[in-house]
Design a binder for this molecule. Structure first.
Ligand SMILES: O=C(CN1CCCCC1)Nc1ccc2c(c1)OCO2
Length: 339
């Protein structure tokens, strides 16, 4: 079995949503596929009206195959402080035609403000390791764990794009989505994340004139997290990079590094083992912060920010816009390639 779903960016690429069919007859909800967590949760008929902000909900009572997982609840909190919680059902879930029966579908009875105000997202589909699932007393499996035995290849891939739909594939690797060989790296899933070791970075001159800085070996532990918008890296990498951008500054008022919106940003090369992952400078130009009109905005938020204070660096959507990524569940590996 194999499947493909579109991954549609929301405003300023803050998140990517993909369609998921739940229940009988199928109800399609757009969910945030998150390789940084392991709960599949949805806004539902159990979500209080006051906690809804226009999201499409999963109408449990309209699914003839929904079964309550009695005496089980869930509660999750994310790195940005957002959180949700509720009850648990088992139902059929399909992604791009890949069907899982008896998938734990976690129904939200409580959601925090950032979820309420995100009208487009009906919830999350977690793609990290089962160890992170929050259902108690019986921890549940993720969609990918449950789908694994039916997949042609025990993998899923991420191919996100700047300001246009990309896709997630399940069960196959589409060679047309990347160039050159795949570069496999070891994964340490002991904490439940897609964690790997990055060995350093270098900053190419904006004009790509090969005046790249020597590789600076700031090795760091990192996770591959499609649920996080930006690239969160050690402070030293941020300083070395933004120091090359005229007008860049670390502005606590703005919440981090900002750059002039018309800056010509240098490429950032992240060294992962012997692999050089190039992040084009234009992907490090993120949302305008002084107006909503990027054409007139003067100051933009940087697409790379500091991971200071966090247990690891976070390779978020900015990274996946530059690099085709294979999440090899079968072998517990990641693979990267330019596209
Ligand atoms: O919280 C997330 C991602 N999260 C995914 C589910 C929806 C809400 C956002 N990322 C994140 C991870 C670490 C952080 C952070 C944010 O802010 C500070 O540290």
């Amino acid at each position: 079995d194999q499947g493909e779903v579109s991954a549609t960016p929301q405003l300023f690429d803050v998140e990517y949503l993909a369609p998921v069919q739940i229940g009988t007859p199928p109800q399609t909800l757009n969910l945030n596929f998150d390789t940084g967590s392991s709960d599949l949760w949805v806004f539902s008929s159990e979500t209080p009206q006051q906690s809804r902000g226009g999201q499409k909900i999963f109408e449990i009572e309209k699914s003839s195959s929904a079964q309550r997982l009695a005496n089980n609840t869930w509660a999750i909190s994310y790195g940005d402080g957002s959180r949700s919680s509720g009850n648990v059902y088992l139902d059929v879930v399909s992604v791009g035609g890949v069907n899982v029966f008896n998938q734990a579908v976690e129904s939200a009875t409580s959601v925090s403000s950032s979820f309420i105000s995100d009208a487009a997202s009906s919830g999350l589909l977690g793609l990290a390791f089962d160890k992170l699932n929050t259902v108690k007393p019986s921890k549940q499996k993720t969609f990918i764990t449950n789908a694994l035995e039916s997949l042609e290849l025990g993998v899923f891939t991420a191919n996100l794009k700047k300001s246009e739909p990309g896709n997630y594939n399940f069960g196959f690797i589409d060679e047309t989505e990347f160039t050159g060989p795949l570069n496999y790296v070891d994964v340490d899933s002991s904490d439940g994340f897609w964690a790997f070791q990055a060995t350093g970075y270098s900053v190419e001159g904006a004009s790509g004139n090969g005046t790249g800085s020597p590789v600076v070996p700031i090795a760091h532990n990192a996770i591959a997290d499609t649920g996080t918008t930006l690239l969160l890296l050690p402070a030293g990498i941020n300083q070395a990079y933004y120091r090359q951008v005229k007008g860049a500054k670390e502005d606590p008022q703005a919440g981090g590094w900002t750059v002039p919106c018309k800056a010509d940003l240098p490429d950032l090369t992240l060294h992962i083992g012997s692999y050089k992952a190039v992040i084009p400078g234009e992907l490090i130009l993120f949302a305008p912060i002084d107006t909503d009109d990027i054409k007139t905005a003067k100051t933009c938020f940087g697409g790379m920010q500091s991971s200071a204070g966090m247990p690891f660096a976070i390779y978020g959507d900015v990274f996946f816009k530059a690099q085709f990524t294979v999440f090899d569940v079968e072998n517990g590996k990641l693979a990267f390639a330019p596209k």
